[in-house]
Design a protein around this ligand. Structure first.
Ligand SMILES: [Zn+2]
Length: 249
C-alpha cells in the first residue's frame, strides 16, 4: 500500500510530534473493553438488527438526538482530496478527468476515533468500543488542532475523551468538549484490540469517506462517454484490484 501514498492521500501529524506521552497506554486496573465484531473474516453473526458495513471502517455521523463520547485513536491525520458527483457520491481525486469535470477537489482530514457505547447522554453503558473515521473539513480541522494543543499536558487529543454535540446532521456540524482522560487507554485489552483492528483496517480508512475509482472507470461511472483518461494517475497498483471488491455488491 505504500505506493498508494501519492498526492491524493497524505499522512501527517496534527501538530508536530513533539513530546508525546508513550504511545501505548499505561495499564491500569478496572476498565475492560470489547472491541468490534469478532469471528471469521466475512462471516458475522449477531442479534437481529445487526448491520454489516461493506467498508472496513465506517464514517462517523453525529446526531442532534445524541451526545456521543469518542476518543481519538491517534493524533496522526490522513488528508484526502475528494470530488462530489451527483448520483455517484464522493470519489477520491486522481488528478485527471475528475478535476476537469469536478473542479478543485475538497480536502478532508481523516482521524480514526474510538466510539464508546453510551446512553446518548454521555454515560457509558457497556464496555463495547467501535472504531470509525471522523472526516473533518478545514474549519473543524483547526478546532481539532486547538483541542490537541489544549490537551498537551494530558498527552494530546488522543489521550482524552471527548463529548460530541451535533447541531446540524446534514452538514455534520460538530462540537467537541474534553471529558477527562481517555478511558480506553486504561485497559490493556482495549489498547491491544484497537491496535490490532487498526493494523488490519487502518489503511482503508478513507473508503468510509470516498470511493476510489480508476481513471479508466471514471467516465463509465459517471455515465459519460469520454474515452480513456491518460492523466497522471495511470499508475495502477495491484492493491486497487482488491479495493474494487468493496464496491461490488
Ligand atoms: Zn480530481
Amino acid at each position: 500500500m505504500s505506493e498508494e501514498k501519492n498526492n491524493d492521500i497524505v499522512d501527517a501529524e496534527v501538530v508536530s510530534s513533539e513530546e508525546k506521552k508513550n504511545e501505548v497506554a499505561e495499564v491500569e486496573s478496572g476498565f475492560s473493553f470489547d472491541v468490534g465484531v469478532e469471528g471469521v473474516e466475512g462471516v458475522v453473526s449477531g442479534d437481529m438488527g445487526l448491520r454489516v458495513s461493506k467498508v472496513p471502517v465506517e464514517k462517523y455521523k453525529g446526531s442532534t438526538q445524541r451526545l456521543d463520547m469518542i476518543s481519538f485513536l491517534t493524533s496522526k491525520v490522513t488528508a484526502i482530496k475528494t470530488h462530489y458527483f451527483e448520483g455517484v457520491g464522493n470519489l477520491i481525486c486522481f488528478g485527471g478527468k475528475c478535476c476537469e469535470l469536478g473542479g478543485f477537489p475538497n480536502v478532508r482530514y481523516l482521524f480514526p476515533i474510538v466510539i464508546y457505547h453510551t446512553d446518548g447522554e454521555g454515560n457509558i453503558l457497556s464496555p463495547k468500543l467501535d472504531i470509525k473515521v471522523l472526516s473533518a473539513g478545514e474549519d473543524f480541522y483547526k478546532t481539532i488542532q486547538t483541542i490537541h494543543r489544549a490537551s498537551r499536558e494530558m498527552g494530546g487529543i488522543d489521550h482524552v475523551d471527548l463529548l460530541v454535540t451535533c447541531t446540524d446532521e446534514q452538514y455534520q456540524k460538530l462540537t467537541l468538549s474534553q471529558s477527562g482522560d481517555a478511558k480506553w487507554r486504561k485497559s490493556k485489552k482495549a489498547v491491544q484490540a484497537l491496535s490490532d483492528r487498526w493494523k488490519k483496517d487502518g489503511e482503508f480508512m478513507y473508503l468510509g469517506v470516498a470511493r476510489k475509482v480508476e481513471p479508466n472507470d471514471f467516465m463509465t461511472l459517471l455515465g459519460v462517454d469520454g474515452g480513456n483518461d491518460s492523466g497522471p494517475s495511470q499508475r495502477v497498483s495491484e492493491s486497487n484490484t482488491n479495493l474494487d471488491s468493496f464496491f461490488n455488491d
